[in-house]
Design a protein around this ligand. Structure first.
Ligand code: PGA
Length: 253
């Protein structure tokens, strides 16, 4: 059985003071919800403060990016070792990084390897643009984005997030059926490449305009193991509702 995961990607939002306030507001209720891995991914500068605030709770902490080198003359970058001291997970290859910061499949793979080496669990994001979707290239794009991901990466706890780029921050989410179908394709592809056991164990989330209003549609799909939530993760009531619904739907209630 795959334990569902809801991860909040705060992106470049919240000052340290705002991050602290948001976590204080969510912590008691979030901590009580079981049967879901609850992950929050604030900006780098808030990780240390948030780590202290969630100590002793069931909430997990993630970063939004890293650099693959261990240390050295890379001004402005953050290394896997630095993050391993602060959090358990890290989002890698988000479409905004691929798009605005020219991250290639090769670079993304180096980051995944570097994260795993220090025991950080990657949430690897993949997804197609609207143009690629409309020209029938979705499967080819996803296959290419997964071409360097190793069996070892899957078996050491990598989570995938399928995020169609046309659905991110646009308010135009995919339908539950679309998400289920594409995630089913991804799992089938992994099964062909790495075997059935790995494919059945890997968690694959949906991401793109997920809200408290539409989460149920995604979560009730058998292939969808949770969600990577952007905008709605910045509102305590929305995020809590998304996590609660996920817990009860996946439990079959
Ligand atoms: P969104 O972002 O929920 O605001 O669409 C999702 C993401 O980019 O991870």
């Amino acid at each position: 059985m795959r334990i569902p995961m809801i991860a909040g990607n705060w992106k470049m939002n919240t000052t340290v003071a705002e991050a602290v306030a948001l976590v204080k507001e969510m912590r008691p209720e979030l901590d009580r919800i079981d049967n879901v891995d609850k992950v929050i991914c604030p900006p780098f500068v808030s990780l240390a403060a948030v780590k202290e605030l969630i100590k002793g709770s069931s909430i997990k902490l993630g970063a939004q990016n890293l650099y693959f080198e261990e240390k050295g003359a890379y001004t402005g970058e953050i290394s896997p070792l630095m993050l391993a001291e602060l959090c358990q997970l890290v989002i890698i290859g988000h479409s905004e990084r691929r798009q605005y910061f020219n991250e290639t499949v090769e670079l993304v793979d180096k980051k995944v390897q570097a994260a795993l080496q220090v025991g950080l669990k990657p949430i690897l994001c993949i997804g197609e643009t609207l143009k690629e979707n409309e020209s029938g290239k979705t499967e080819a794009v996803l296959t290419n984005q997964l071409s360097s991901t190793s069996s070892q990466a899957y078996s050491t706890g990598l989570t995938l997030a399928y995020e169609p780029i046309w659905a991110i921050g646009t308010g135009r989410a995919a339908t539950g059926e679309q998400a289920n179908q594409t995630i089913g394709f991804i799992r089938h592809h992994i099964s062909k490449q790495h075997g059935q056991e790995i494919a059945q164990a890997v968690r694959i989330l949906y991401g793109g305009s997920v809200t408290a209003e539409n989460i149920a549609e995604f979560i009730k799909q058998p292939e969808v193991d949770g969600a990577l939530v952007g905008g709605a993760s910045l509102k305590a009531s929305q995020f809590l509702s998304i996590v609660k619904q996920t817990s009860s739907i996946k439990r079959g209630k």
